[in-house]
Design a binder for this molecule. Structure first.
Ligand code: ADP
Ligand code: ASP
Ligand code: MG
Length: 418
């Protein structure tokens, strides 16, 4: 017997009809001879609603930490409901099933509330239950600290729950069921000509996730890569056995991919804000002071560019931070203005980061040229550029996001033929 982990996202468990279909998909894998552990998200929209309640209760108010442990208690509750409902549905169908909350397994995490990392999953009890033929229905997104407090794994964290459970159970695969039938060359919601990729490498998937393709949480890909978990992304909207129900996208090692592409995907993210510090004294130590103050406050900086001001002996520094850190970052920068001696600092939240990703960039030249050419042809101005071995990102005005994504998608020949 082999163990299999199946994960269902919010839209896949949005109502009882969909939960019933999920139960049929689970039952089909059980009938095919697998020992099954299922991970579920909260019903679509539920987590947002719960987050809003915590804001209303004063989480955002002065004196209350945004990482309050009570925040996690509230937002983790959505997954408890769907785990219970799916277990019940499976029992009605005549299967043996039971729900498991994060603390019951336990999924042990650090105590970074709201974005906790999994330390360990002692999975003996869970493993014994599934080996005994019982379907385990696990509430995703949840963990518990070593001290017994409930945590959550960050938005989209059920993907990470599923991969971590698959690793702990030594499952043959982790199937991530969602509202699209795989990983596409770009978000199919904004480019209808996007194509499903039959396979994508862990590395490319990791870049795509961290650069905005929210189909998988970044940490889930990181974990799958580190633990060698085979991941498949597929649609929960097909019935078991129906045409196309068994295809999806396989996330695997680069060596397992026959079709060689230079660029595999295009992503976008509107989660960043651009900060420009003007008139910085052009001398050693200035950047260090600036970025140390941000790092000490746990503000992550992404793209950075420095340019010499034209008229004086000063420099301008432009960089991006997460949108939710923008206000705090500006406060931190203004607090060191007198010490560092710059002229002004500005923030612009009206930006988007658009990226092209592909392992083929390692061995092919001209990828950047194609990117800049395609954007120039559409009149899209590039504000900041950053590159790594397998990706190029540009920061542009947010209003041009869709136009830029479609232009790049076509420029690299990713469009569906016909
Ligand atoms: P779930 O609720 O199942 O976790 P998500 O909403 O988190 O689902 O992720 C699925 C969504 O990711 C899709 O509906 C799609 O719009 C979006 N998405 C963004 N980029 C991509 C991509 N490259 N391939 C597939 N889906 C993508
Ligand atoms: N329900 C959580 C969220 O909306 C976790 C998840 O869906 O993966 O972020
Ligand atoms: Mg998700």
């Amino acid at each position: 017997m082999t163990r299999l982990v199946m994960k269902f996202g919010g839209t896949s468990v949005a109502d009882m009809e969909r939960i019933a279909r999920v139960a049929r998909l689970v039952a089909a894998e059980k009938a095919a001879g697998h020992e099954v552990a299922v991970v579920v998200s909260a019903m679509a929209g539920r987590t947002n609603e719960l987050v809003a309640w915590t804001d209303a209760a004063g989480r955002a108010a002065p004196g209350l930490e945004p990482s309050d442990d009570e925040y996690d208690l509230v937002v983790a509750s959505g997954e408890q409901v769907t785990a219970g409902l799916l277990a019940m549905t499976l029992r009605h169908m005549g299967h043996r099933a039971r729900s498991w909350l994060g603390w019951q397994i336990p999924i042990l995490t650090d105590d970074a509330h709201g974005r906790a990392r999994i330390d360990d999953i002692p999975a003996e009890a869970l493993g014994a239950a599934v080996d005994g033929g019982e379907i385990a229905v696990i509430a995703g997104f949840q963990g518990v600290t070593h001290g017994g407090r409930i945590t959550t794994l960050g938005r989209g964290g059920s993907d990470t729950s599923a991969v971590a459970i698959a690793a702990a159970l030594q499952a043959i695969r982790c199937d991530i069921y969602t509202d699209v039938d795989g990983v596409y060359t770009t978000d199919p919601r904004i480019e209808q000509r996007a194509r499903r990729l039959a396979r994508i490498s862990y590395e490319e998937m990791l870049e795509m996730a961290s650069l905005g393709a929210k189909v998988l949480q970044t940490r889930s890909v990181e974990l799958a890569m580190a633990k060698g978990v085979a991941v498949r992304v597929l649609s929960s909207f097909t019935e078991p056995g129906e045409a196309g129900s068994d295809t999806g996208t396989i996330v695997c090692d680069e060596e397992e991919i026959v079709e060689k592409r230079i660029v595999s995907g295009v992503t976008y993210s509107r989660d960043e804000a651009k900060i420009t510090v003007l008139g910085l004294p052009d001398r050693p130590g200035v950047s260090s002071k600036l970025f140390s103050s941000l790092a000490d406050a746990n503000v992550n900086v992404d793209m950075i560019v420095q340019s010499r001001a034209r008229t004086s002996d000063t420099a301008n520094m432009t960089f991006t931070v997460g949108k939710r850190d923008a206000v705090r970052a500006m406060e931190l920068i203004r607090a060191i203005q007198a010490d560092v001696g710059f002229e002004d600092a500005q923030v612009d939240e009206d930006v988007a980061k658009v990226s092209v990703i592909g392992v083929g960039m390692r061995s092919h030249t001209g990828v950047a040229k194609t990117m800049f050419g395609a954007l120039a042809d559409r009149g899209v101005n590039i504000q900041v550029i950053s590159t790594s071995e397998i990706k190029i990102s540009v920061l542009i005005e947010s209003a041009y996001t869709e136009l830029a994504v479609r232009a790049l998608h076509a420029a690299y020949g990713l469009d569906q033929v016909g």
